[in-house]
Ligand binder design. Structure first.
Ligand code: HEM
Length: 146
């Protein structure tokens, strides 16, 4: 059959940033019907029109999110890695930079420097040591004065 005609771009070039198509929220919002359904998941835009009927979780839930950001509901369900891999075939672009809620992707990389240990790792032993020290002092002083 002629079903197998998905366009696979396998030209040797690396998939560069310049190939990404950016869509504004305004544009995405328009694709909110069962015949034309776009979804945003993690700032990526998916055209899931042909997936609607196949979705194991049903068409309804997808329609509810159509034309909008479905990241939270997608993550809430705890979709499998299989489901995440399926996403790739519906990818049509990304949310326009100006329309992204969190522009902190860059900040995350900056803030994670070599120091990985959290303050809780030393505060608890330090407190425990202090308490034991105080108890010891209290105990020895009590005995000396009596
Ligand atoms: C294009 C995006 C999506 C894909 C590719 C996808 C794919 C899948 C797949 C493969 C499953 C089967 C279980 C698994 O493998 O995790 C599943 C289940 C499910 N999905 Fe999605 N899903 C998508 C979006 C969503 C969204 C946005 C919602 C919520 C509003 C949702 C709700 C559910 C629910 C409730 C189930 C569980 C069905 C059950 O276990 O009875 N899905 N989805």
């Amino acid at each position: 059959m002629e079903e197998e005609n998905h366009t696979e771009k396998t030209n040797g070039e690396a998939v560069s940033e310049s190939n990404v198509k950016y869509h504004t929220l305004e544009e995405i919002k328009l694709h909110n019907t069962s015949k034309d359904t776009w979804l945003i998941i993690h700032d990526k835009v998916y055209d899931i029109t042909r997936f609607m009927e196949e979705h194991p979780g049903g068409e309804e839930v997808l329609l509810e999110q159509a034309g909008a950001d479905a990241t939270e509901s997608f993550e809430d369900v705890g979709h499998s890695t299989d489901a995440r891999e399926m996403l790739e075939q519906y990818l049509i672009g990304e949310v326009h930079m100006d329309d992204r809620k969190n522009q902190s992707a860059k900040d995350i990389f900056i803030s994670t420097s070599g120091e990985s240990s959290s303050w809780t790792t030393w505060v608890i032993p330090a407190l425990a040591t202090a308490v034991v020290g105080l108890m010891y002092r209290y105990y020895t002083l009590e005995h000396r004065s009596s």
